[in-house]
Design a protein around this ligand. Structure first.
Ligand code: KG4
Ligand code: ZN
Length: 344
């Protein structure tokens, strides 16, 4: 079982990614992620590159793991059919959580996971492989989406990604300059307390914070998405940095509060929990990691946060999750060779 070698293909979001991983986690052959809407144009090349970089061919593979997404699935079935390989279907968010077990070998079930990406905010109690209890989700926007929107409105350079750009600008600002809050609907101060605080669930809400950012910009006469040139003007830059820092403080405070609540809840169900996993694109953020590390330490738990390259969408997490499922017997038999495309 030591030589299980898995090809992972990820095409569920914007990126086309592939990687090869084995059980000893000598993962290699990560093909460069391509921000590519037309996955089908690059999928062959990305898979080829992942195999080449790992110095392997299809003949070395034990199985193929793939996330939902027509292009990836078609490619996976073609390879699996041709080389008689089993197929493992992998859930994108499960892969964000389980990749933590690749980098922290002591991470046993049960554990708690906060998954924060462009499309999801999830708090999950992972009882065992394939058995997850959802403690919280977003009732409107995901945190990554809020980062991306705010970055775009502030006129930041979106080429490196809205999240990283905002994180960088926030370092120049005063996080306490604006009194943003989460869960204040319509962005106005209708309530004297944070309404979400009164609900003892672990759900998230970021729509209100986004609205408050817009209002703060209006009152500072910054028009959304306006010329980034004004970023070089020191006054304009300072005022945007204050918005960025204040946004980040509150967005992350919301994560801290929900994690604290989830830890208390989860420990009642599974007192043996020792780890909080934080993963997904937003978990690359240094401020997020530092703040959640505090929460975890205060509760005598340990934080497992994969390196940024494994937090943002990648093929390794798919390949690794594929290995976990494959070893527990959860896979489909090889599809027929030369399967017609419309049967896939
Ligand atoms: O997991 P991911 O790569 O893709 C999805 O499954 O959505 O997450 C992408 C999200 C984007 O919203 C991106 O802006 C955010 O993660 N992100 C960050 C950082 N790096 C990526 N957000 C805040 N700070 C970062 N350093
Ligand atoms: Zn993701």
């Amino acid at each position: 079982r030591d030589d299980v070698v898995m090809l992972g293909i990820e095409t569920s979001c914007d990126d086309t990614a592939a990687a090869v991983a084995d059980l000893l986690s000598r993962y290699g052959g990560v093909a460069p992620k391509m921000a590519e809407e037309a996955h089908s144009l690059v999928i062959d090349q990305v898979v080829r590159q992942a195999l080449d970089n790992a110095n392997l061919t299809e003949n070395d593979l034990s199985a193929v793991a793939v996330t939902i997404g027509p292009v990836g699935v078609q490619k996976a079935r073609r390879i699996a059919g041709q080389f008689s390989l089993p197929i493992v279907g992998v859930h994108h968010m499960e892969a964000h959580a389980l990749v933590a077990r690749l980098i922290e070998k002591n991470l046993q079930f049960p554990f708690l996971a906060l998954l924060i990406s462009g499309g999801h905010n999830l708090l999950i109690l992972a009882h065992e492989l394939g058995h997850y209890l959802q403690l919280g989700t977003t009732i409107d926007d995901a945190i990554g989406e809020a980062y991306d929107k705010t970055a775009r409105w502030l006129g930041l350079d979106m080429r490196k990604g809205g999240g990283p750009a905002l994180e960088e600008l926030a370092m120049e600002g005063d996080p306490n300059s604006i009194n943003f809050s989460v869960g204040q609907f319509l962005g106005t101060c209708l309530f004297s307390q944070i309404p979400m605080k009164q609900h003892k669930d672990c759900n998230f809400s970021y729509a209100g914070l986004k609205t408050q950012v817009r209002l703060a910009m209006e009152s500072r006469k910054i028009s959304p998405g306006s010329d980034p040139i004004s970023l070089t003007n020191s006054e304009g830059r300072r005022s945007r940095a204050d918005i960025a820092a204040s946004f980040q403080r509150v967005a992350v405070l919301h994560l801290e509060e929900r994690c604290q609540r989830a830890i208390e809840w989860a420990l009642k169900i599974e007192p043996s929990i020792k780890y909080l996993v934080v993963s997904g694109g937003v978990a690359s953020n240094k401020y997020v990691r530092a703040r959640l590390n505090h929460v975890v330490e205060n509760n005598n738990l340990q934080l497992v946060c994969p390196p940024p390259s494994l937090c943002t969408d990648n093929g390794v997490m798919i390949a690794w999750t594929g290995i976990e499922h494959f070893l527990s017997g959860r896979f489909d038999p090889p599809p027929p060779d030369n399967e017609p495309e419309d049967a896939m």
